[in-house]
Structures are given as structure tokens and as C-alpha cells.
Write a protein that binds this ligand. Structure first.
Ligand SMILES: [Zn+2]
Length: 497
């Protein structure tokens, strides 16, 4: 996923409660020294209705799979996900589970496997476990360990993909295999899917996979990356479940005017017009719009705040909710601001060919994240009015993301995740989350899949901040806890009629 978005979600809370980064940094080694890490509920009583039993052993096995997967370099590009897919096929084969490689491009395959509930499949009831095999690149010189060494030290599993997304891949595999081993009667099919090319979204991505092979993994429900089990001060605070996402777009701002000799400047210089336009756009805030998910997110988050921000969060849903509450929240946190409105970030500028030539054209790129349901034409019309310059025009780029309907917050599956999260983590709330970045779930939602983003591993801001960064790592204890949590969700839902 667009992992930056995830870490922003957690950063926000830290920002509000003003937890010093320094204290977090010192708490990380402490976490590592204590085998039963603080807050990773060694103390939590097991689920009374747990259908998977004790997951200690399979979590240990899954740690081995995770380490092996980290050692298979699937840096995208080029991806080479087929190597990881073949490895997973081998793990499944040992369990007597047959799987299929779905070819997408040379060296690039997805993998699908199924635990069948009955002779006649009912895709609308099936549960799909999704994780991607590819990882983003590394700057090896900035790492203190081999990013593809699969090293375990100081209580952490280190390596590219330790979080994004090979931990989810290994945990999905563990939940899937635990279910098979349990011999439980299934009331719905459970499908394991390892995808390719998530980080680049190119020729081997889920879009292509769905177009070519949808019938092989069609499902009514899915678990994917995109949420978080947020931990602070050694305690899980909440579980965020991604149920919707904003839509990425790019719009070019183009200024044109007469080119000429730089020794004779004119008022029509496109560089000057572009700069003025970008400044206006940079200071613009699109109107606030609450989706159901965002409203519920703030309602739940407010219960965890006891300061000024919590007060304003609670007032968001009251009659006197007004500009002030919106402003407080918008200014407190860039993530929250972006959850409330269409966001616009100028990201690239280009103009000029020579130091002494006034160019005929100057361009800027705006990276825009629309709220689901909003349209780009409305926003561009607004920007045109705002800029109010005949020398400027806007050009919507053809690489727009997908607007997908949100996953339901009323489904039995969502209710089950909420129930189990509370049981596993001492009554914590579940926050429905509308991510500002994009994941594979949009493609699934367009196929009417109720897809939920869950990252089952308890993590701090410190842990999250390494995603896509240097020295990516996951606490061993968090991985085990995540495997347990995920296996319970999967087993419970598989047994539900
Ligand atoms: Zn990812």
C-alpha cells in the first residue's frame, strides 16, 4: 500500500497527545529486551470460543516463513514474485493444500489456494485473504543490517517487507494453514491470495489479475493490508480497519505566454503566472465533507482523547459543529485534514530552457486526493475560478485512481472484527478508517467485495515510521500476537453461517 498513509494515521495521535519522540525511541529497545513485550497481551486470557486453539507453535513456524520470504528478493521493479509464489506453493504442499500459480508477466505470478466448504462454491460468502509479495527498493548503505538477510535480533525481525507486506503474507498463510490443520467444518470457502506488483500497480498488478483470473478467487469478503493495531506506552489503544480510500488524481497547471529575451521582461511571463497560481492553490482548502466512515472514525477517536482536540472531535457531530472545530482538527494533523476534504499537493514544477530565455510555457503538477464520491471536474472548476487567470489552464491527467464504494460497517464480518479486537486487546475500540492513500482494496470493492484493511500486528509510531524506510523491522512479539489475532478472525468467520 501507500504505506506513508498508514504511518500518518498513527502519527496523528502521537502528535495530539504530544508524546515526545525521544521517549518513544528509548522505549523501543526496552520493548526488545523484554521477551513478553509490554502490552502484547501475554496476559490477555484466550478467547473462550477460540477455534484455532493455541497458536504459539504456528506463529513460530510462520516466523520462519516470514524470514524465508524476506530472503527472497522481490524488489519491485522488477518484482520477481514468482520465486516467492513458488516458495509459498511448497509450504502449502507440505500441508496437503494444492495451489495454483497465476501467470501475469515473465517471472511474475500470483498464487491462489482454497479451503473448500462444500462441493458447490458460493463466491458471495467466501473469505479472501490478500497480501502482496513485492516490496519497495532499499538504499543498502542506510541499513544497519542486510535488508534481505531475514535477521532476528533484539526482539525484532529485520528486513525489507518485515512489515509491508510479507508479515501479512506469512500471517495469512498461518491463519489459512491453522484452519486446515484444525479440521474444522467450514461454512464458507477461505481463499489465500498472494498478489504481485502492488507497489507499482503496473502490468502484474491486481487490476490485471482480476481481469484475467477473477473466477479463481471471487469472494464476498476480503482481508487486506491498510489498517493498524495502534500501540502506545506499551498498550494497544485502538484497532483501525480500513473500509474506504480516497482517489488519487493528477492535474497539470499550465501557464502560457510569449517567450522572449530575458533582458526585456514582460507581465505575461508564464513563470510568474504559474507561481502566482500555485500560491493561490497552496492556500486553498476544499470544503469539508463527512462520509459515514470519517464521522465514525472521529467519534471513536474522541473517546481516546482527553484534551482540546477530543472536545472538538465530539462536537463534529453536533449542531454547533462549525468552522472552528473543523479548523482545530485540520490544523492539528495533516492526515485528519485530508480525511475531511479533497486535498491538493503541488508536487512538480517545470519551466525554462536557458537562463536568459523567458519560456513560452511553465507547468506544475498537482497531486490530488479526492474524497470518494467527489468529482474532479467540480474541483477544477473551483480552482479555475480561484486562479482567475486567462493565461492558466488545467489539464486532468489520464492516470486517475479508482473511486470504489466503501465496505459496509454493518456487515457481520466487520462486527466480528470489532468483537474480537475488543476481546483480544482489552476492550479497545475499532476505528473505521478511510485511508488517504490507495490500496488494492479499491479494485476488490469494485467487484462488490466487502474488503477490510487490517494490519493485525500491534505497532507503535516508531515501528510504523520504518515502513518503506531504512531498517524496516517488526517486533517478534507483535508478529506472534498478530498471527493469533488474525487466525481467530479467520477461523471464527469461516465457522459463521
Ligand atoms: Zn503494502
Amino acid at each position: 500500500m501507500d504505506a506513508k498513509q498508514r504511518l500518518q494515521a498513527s502519527l496523528g495521535v502521537a502528535m495530539v497527545v504530544l508524546v515526545a519522540v525521544a521517549s518513544l525511541m528509548t522505549s523501543a529497545p526496552a520493548f526488545a529486551q523484554v521477551p513478553a513485550a509490554p502490552g502484547i497481551p501475554a496476559s490477555t486470557p484466550p478467547l473462550p470460543a477460540s477455534r484455532v486453539g493455541d497458536t504459539t507453535a504456528i506463529a513460530k513456524e510462520a516466523q520462519g516463513w516470514l524470514i524465508d520470504l524476506i530472503r527472497i528478493n522481490t524488489t519491485n521493479p522488477p518484482g520477481n514474485e514468482q520465486l516467492a509464489a513458488k516458495y509459498i506453493a511448497g509450504v502449502l504442499e507440505k500441508e496437503g493444500i494444492s495451489s495454483e500459480l497465476l501467470e501475469l508477466a515473465p517471472g511474475r505470478s500470483a498464487l491462489v489456494a482454497r479451503l473448500q466448504s462444500s462441493a458447490v462454491a458460493d463466491p458471495s460468502r467466501a473469505l479472501l485473504l490478500v497480501a502482496h509479495m513485492d516490496v519497495v527498493g532499499v538504499d543498502k548503505t542506510k541499513w544497519t543490517v542486510d535488508p534481505f538477510g531475514g535477521i532476528v535480533k533484539d526482539g525484532y525481525i529485520w528486513g525489507r517487507g518485515a512489515m509491508d507486506d510479507k508479515s501479512m503474507l506469512a500471517a495469512n498463510l498461518a491463519a489459512f494453514i491453522a484452519l486446515k490443520r484444525s479440521g474444522a467444518h467450514l461454512n464458507r470457502d477461505v481463499i489465500f491470495l498472494a498478489t504481485a506488483d502492488e507497489e507499482e500497480g503496473g502490468d502484474a498488478s491486481i487490476k490485471i489479475l482480476i481481469n484475467k483470473y477473477w473466477q479463481k478467487f471471487a469472494a464476498g469478503f476480503a482481508l487486506n493490508e491498510g489498517g493498524e493495531v495502534f500501540m502506545k506506552n506499551g498498550k494497544v489503544q485502538y484497532v483501525a480497519v480500513q473500509a474506504s480510500e480516497k482517489v488519487a488524481m493528477n492535474v497539470a497547471v499550465i501557464a502560457r505566454g510569449p517567450s522572449g529575451h530575458a533582458s526585456r521582461p514582460t507581465k505575461e511571463n508564464p513563470v510568474v503566472h504559474l507561481a502566482a497560481a500555485v500560491e493561490k492553490i497552496g492556500n486553498y482548502s476544499a470544503p469539508v465533507h463527512f462520509t459515514t466512515i470519517v464521522r465514525r472514525y472521529f467519534e471513536q477517536l474522541a473517546t481516546l482523547q482527553d484534551d482540546e482536540i477530543g472536545k472538538w472531535m465530539r462536537s463534529l457531530d453536533t449542531a454547533d459543529r462549525g468552522e472552528h472545530a473543523q479548523r482545530v482538527i485540520s490544523e492539528a494533523n495533516p492526515l485528519w485534514n485530508s480525511m475531511l476534504r479533497d486535498s491538493i499537493a503541488p508536487t512538480m514544477l517545470s519551466a525554462g530552457v536557458r537562463n536568459n530565455v523567458i519560456p513560452g510555457e511553465a507547468r506544475a503538477n498537482l497531486n490530488i486526493r479526492l474524497l470518494p464520491g467527489n468529482t474532479i471536474d467540480v474541483l477544477v472548476a473551483e480552482l479555475t475560478k480561484l486562479v482567475n487567470d486567462p493565461q492558466i489552464r488545467f489539464e486532468i491527467q489520464p492516470d486517475a485512481g479508482l473511486a470504489a464504494p466503501p465496505s459496509s460497517l454493518e456487515s457481520d464480518f466487520y462486527a466480528l472484527i470489532c468483537k474480537l479486537a475488543a476481546q483480544e486487546f482489552g476492550g479497545v475500540p475499532v476505528l473505521p478508517f478511510q485511508s488517504t492513500g490507495a490500496t488494492d482494496s479499491a479494485q476488490l470493492r469494485l467487484r462488490s467485495v466487502q474488503s477490510y484493511g487490517l494490519e493485525p500486528f500491534p505497532m507503535t509510531d516508531q515501528d510504523f515510521s520504518r515502513m518503506h524506510g531504512d531498517d524496516e523491522r517488526l517486533p517478534v512479539a507483535s508478529f506472534s500476537k498478530g498471527v493469533d489475532f488474525l487466525a481467530k478472525i479467520v477461523a471464527e468467520f469461516a465457522a459463521t453461517r
